[in-house]
Design a protein around this ligand. Structure first.
Ligand code: FES
Length: 127
């Protein structure tokens, strides 16, 4: 079986993830959650495993900077202070954009195309 994934289907998955999260919250159902913390405000939130960093930041109440939402402009770059091991691996596309912005891929990621897979992550926003 082959599953095609494009930008539209990723958006659908994100909307479905957010809907499931709200449903579970409304019914007070607990499930395994990741945690994001954003510096310098120290705002934090528990988010569903696999949440996009930009969405996780919004759930923490932080207005996240972003432009294209497709891993191509670099506007959403953030420093990963801790928890890099809990993030989805960088794609060639992301590495190219980070290189264009002269950002080290070992310390910076694009929040619109990276998911917090599990555990905790601390980001410093604003660049
Ligand atoms: S918003 Fe453009 S790369 Fe993330």
């Amino acid at each position: 079986m082959r599953i095609e994934v494009n930008r539209d289907s990723i958006g659908s998955v994100d909307r479905l993830t957010s809907s499931v999260h709200r449903l579970f919250q409304a019914r007070r159902i607990r499930y395994y959650m990741a945690k994001i913390t954003l510096l310098p405000t120290h705002a934090s939130a528990e988010v569903p495993d696999g949440e996009l960093l930009v969405e996780a930041g919004e759930l923490a109440g932080v207005e996240m900077e972003a432009g294209c939402f497709s891993c191509s402009c670099g506007t959403c770059v953030a420093e990963v202070v801790s928890g890099m091991e809990n993030l989805s691996p960088a794609t060639d596309e992301e590495l190219d954009v980070l290189d264009q912005w002269n950002k080290d891929s070992g310390t910076h990621r694009l929040t619109c195309c990276v998911r917090l897979l599990k555990g905790e992550c601390t980001l410093r926003t604003g660049h």
